[in-house]
Design a protein around this ligand. Structure first.
Ligand SMILES: *Cc1c(COP(=O)(O)O)cnc(C)c1O
Length: 393
């Protein structure tokens, strides 16, 4: 470790809360899919701030939009309208393809899911069905719905009446949904749990059950949304329309922005005074989101994401020690044959690539959606060299 990094580590430990593991590098600059640390080492960023910097670092359109907005009007609170929030809500309505869609803006994924939870209470029911392994955020309501016991247990008691069922199983879902179920919360692909894709028909099956029982179907598209999977929200391939869609991560292009979009009857549940957020939908985050959507549309980025998926799946799955490559678009889980993901991640970092290891045998790849193909090709080569070198146990 360099002296500079050593000092950052000491200073971090003596001033920042210990809720995160101590990071091993300090990033100071970025341009496109390249991130640079405090020692000047360059990395190809294949994680993009956990699926968040969807146009990479310092994209000129985002920089221009933010600069312009902050010089004109930076914040208004929710006592006033501003043009950006209306334009963004309209844009989301057209991307969802339903004129009944109404958006509530907040600042994070947890907040978007909290908003959905509160909305569901206004149906007059209180039951919630969520799935094992799913991640929905760290605030108390979002945590109650998160299907990872180790994250929940230290903080009990949480919001009651949440049932967790096996992800991907429609029969388990069917047993859990009753006339008391207010909402069913589901990720189109489990992101944090290691990029788990459900069997086809899963989302449409849940849609049918929700319609039948009167429960709201809430799709947590925080990680899969905004083109990440090669579709706008990650559920379109099942031809369904949820009652509620939650977004965050990519939508702000790196700025804190979350959204809860409710459709149909659900769009009319919140009344004045029911919910709010001081910073939610602030002009700067909205300007950034509008710039992001414009670039994604103008440059046909979703089509590029679909072809990157095919390239990466084909090439990575042939590498020795790789069992399977799963996921959709540019949210991919490289499943290794043995539990060496953390070691491989460390090797990749030394070789100049940022990825993460959500579990012992899985590497997650979630780069900027506009990443150049040449970086991906070079990554495949360097990854193969590392896999040929490491001990597979
Ligand atoms: C990251 C994530 C969240 C939480 O988002 P925060 O902005 O960290 O609160 C919720 N749901 C999913 C699917 C996520 O990936």
């Amino acid at each position: 470790m360099s002296k500079k990094q050593d000092k950052f580590s000491t200073d971090w430990e003596s001033s920042v809360q210990g809720n995160y593991g101590l990071p091993s590098i300090t990033l100071v600059r970025g341009k496109g899919s390249i991130a640079i640390d405090s020692d000047g080492q360059k990395y190809v960023d294949l994680l993009s701030g956990i699926a968040t910097n969807i146009l990479g670092h310092a994209h000129p359109s985002i920089v221009k939009a933010i600069r312009k907005q902050v010089g004109v009007l930076g914040h208004v609170s929710n006592f006033y309208m501003h043009p950006g929030v209306i334009e963004l809500a309209q844009k989301l309505q057209s991307l969802v393809g339903d004129e009944s869609a109404r958006t509530f803006f907040c600042n994070s994924g947890a907040e978007a899911n909290e908003a959905a939870l509160k909305l569901s209470r206004l149906t007059g029911r209180t039951g919630i069905v969520a799935t094992q392994g799913a991640f929905h955020g760290r605030t108390m309501g979002a945590l109650a719905m998160t299907g990872q016991p180790s994250k929940r247990e230290p903080f009990l008691p949480l919001v009651p009446s949440v049932t967790h069922v096996r992800y991907g199983s429609l029969s388990a879902m069917k047993r859990a949904i009753t006339r008391k179920t207010a909402m069913v919360l589901v990720e189109p692909i489990l992101g944090e749990a290691g990029v788990v894709v459900p069997p086809s028909g899963y989302l449409s099956g849940i849609r049918e059950m929700c319609t039948h029982s009167g429960a709201l179907m809430v799709v947590d598209a925080v990680q899969t949304g905004m083109g990440r999977t090669g579709q706008w929200f990650g559920f379109e391939h099942e031809g369904i329309v949820p009652d509620v869609i939650t977004l965050a991560k990519g939508i702000g292009g790196g700025l804190p922005l979350g959204a809860m979009i409710a459709l149909g009857g659900a769009s009319q549940l919140f009344q004045p005074g029911d919910h709010g957020s001081t910073f939610g939908g602030n002009p700067i985050a909205c300007a950034s989101a509008l710039a992001v959507i414009k670039v994604l549309e103008k440059d046909d980025v979703l089509l590029k994401v679909q072809s990157d998926e095919i390239f990466l799946k084909n090439s990575l799955s042939q590498i020795v020690g790789v069992k399977e490559v799963r996921g959709r678009g540019l949210l991919l889980g490289v499943v290794l044959q043995s539990k060496i993901a953390i070691e491989v991640r460390t090797e990749l970092q030394s070789a100049g690539y940022l990825v993460n290891a959500p579990t012992g045998n899985i590497l997650r790849i979630a780069p900027a959606l506009n990443i150049k193909r040449a970086y991906l090709e070079k990554f495949v080569q360097d990854f193969e060299a590392i896999m040929n070198r490491v001990d597979h146990g």
